[in-house]
Design a protein around this ligand. Structure first.
Ligand code: B12
Ligand code: SF4
Ligand code: SF4
Length: 324
């Protein structure tokens, strides 16, 4: 017989391995999210992100046959806010230190080993973080970890939106689930929608990826369209604006996890000199999120930046008490 595993045990192990929160839910994607995803694809908001067209993300059974339970983990990574500069591009805050995919992979491996030992079963889980076709935010909401914000990100009651998700499907039927409160947390606030420099939100909760700076500065292999270049206030990799303005991000303190610290990676700014150094020593990018873009991509982006009036688009005014 498989011993019963409690929520408290799962939570204790998750926190021991360094995660900040954990939720347990059914290995099932809610219908509302599947419908929203289909509409999103029908509108071609995924652009060239072909991996987003893989419908397996709506069906955990296809990804891991026999999946009964999903365990979802939260990693808080908030960093100190920085200003735009006229001599360097800004790196989105999740990307200033080490690559979180590596961090999550290591933790997931250890967690799954623990689960196998605890249950006395093997081959009982499949981990994921970002790059596996899974609707992570929908599962996180279902697992009671937070709510969808109008910026489409998961808002955690304690950590706001500056968090990263990872998780696993397991064939174990963990009975004790966390509670899904499903309460909207935005009220009448629409700061993220109004602050987005490229007007990438087609509506609250609907992001057209092809208009988002993150898409163009991290993911896309194509030239950055001119209208996007003109609207970029100074990011060389990713973008944080729809999080920087969110009132739910005022209270959480910056993360002290060494892996996210700017001095463990390429830091908060990249100047042309920095990019030249990377071109001479490409290994500088190894193990950082910027490796995805590479020296060539970073130079390409840098050359499109209009750094003359760096703080023109500063959205630093954010207060906690005005969100609905
Ligand atoms: C594709 C992708 C992108 C694309 C498209 C983003 C998007 N919103 O879809 C691009 C490249 C633009 C991107 C950018 C970023 N990303 Co990204 N991305 C993903 C990925 C791989 C899939 C997201 C997805 O499923 N999109 C499909 C559409 C249909 O889903 P959606 O936009 O979330 O819409 C949902 C809701 O809005 C909801 N909904 C729709 N209508 C309504 C109405 C109401 C009333 C309600 C309540 C809900 C609701 O239903 C939809 C389906 O669930 C996930 C990892 C994963 N495997 O899940 C990471 C992920 C979402 N990204 C993440 C991060 C950190 C970022 C950036 C912050 C990086 C940066 N600093 O530059 C930006 C943020 C931009 C933003 N505002 O989303 C984190 C988000 C953590 C969090 N707090 O939620 C994730 C979860 C990665 C991870 N493992 O941690 N990303
Ligand atoms: S990441 Fe930047 S460009 Fe993308 S939706 Fe948010 S504010 Fe807009
Ligand atoms: S900025 Fe306002 S509308 Fe946007 S996610 Fe945060 S609370 Fe919601």
């Amino acid at each position: 017989m498989i011993p019963e595993i409690t929520f408290e045990e799962v939570r204790a192990e998750a926190l021991r391995l360094g995660w900040d929160d954990v939720g347990i839910t059914e290995a099932h994607i809610p219908e509302d999210d599947i419908e929203a995803y289909k509409t999103w694809l029908a509108n071609n908001y995924q652009g060239d992100l072909q991996y987003m067209e893989n419908h397996i993300r709506c069906d955990p059974q296809q990804l891991f046959p026999g999946a009964k339970t999903a365990i979802i983990f939260v990693t808080h990574y908030k960093q100190e806010r920085v200003q735009f500069r006229n001599d360097a591009g800004v790196v989105a805050s999740y990307a200033r230190g080490r690559d979180y995919h590596h961090l999550h992979r290591k933790r997931l491996k250890k967690f799954i080993l623990w689960l196998e030992q605890r249950s006395g079963q093997s081959n009982i889980a499949k981990g994921f973080s970002d790059s596996t076709p899974v609707m992570e935010k929908a599962l996180a909401v279902q697992a009671g970890l937070g709510w969808f914000g109008k910026n489409t990100l998961l808002i955690h009651r304690r950590f706001g939106t500056f968090l990263l998700l990872s998780g696993l499907f397991t064939s174990l039927n963990i009975q004790e689930k966390s509670l899904n409160l499903r309460l909207p947390r935005c009220g009448t606030c629409r700061r993220c929608l109004d602050a987005c420099p490229t007007q990438a939100f087609e509506a609250p909760y609907v992001l057209n990826a092809t208009k988002c700076l993150s898409y163009h500065l991290i993911e896309s292999k194509k030239e950055i369209p001119e209208e996007i270049q003109k609207k970029n206030p100074g990011y060389v990799f990713g973008c944080d604006i729809c999080q920087d303005v969110c009132p739910h991000n005022v209270r959480p303190k910056p993360s002290t996890v060494p892996e996210f610290s700017p001095n463990q990676g390429m830091g908060a700014y990249l100047s042309l000199e920095d990019i030249e150094k990377i071109e001479h020593n490409p290994e500088k990018l190894f193990g950082t999120p910027l490796q995805r873009r590479g020296a060539t991509g970073l130079r390409h982006t840098f050359e499109t930046l209009n750094l003359q009036n760096p703080n023109e688009n500063d959205h630093s005014e954010m207060k906690e008490d005005k969100h609905g």
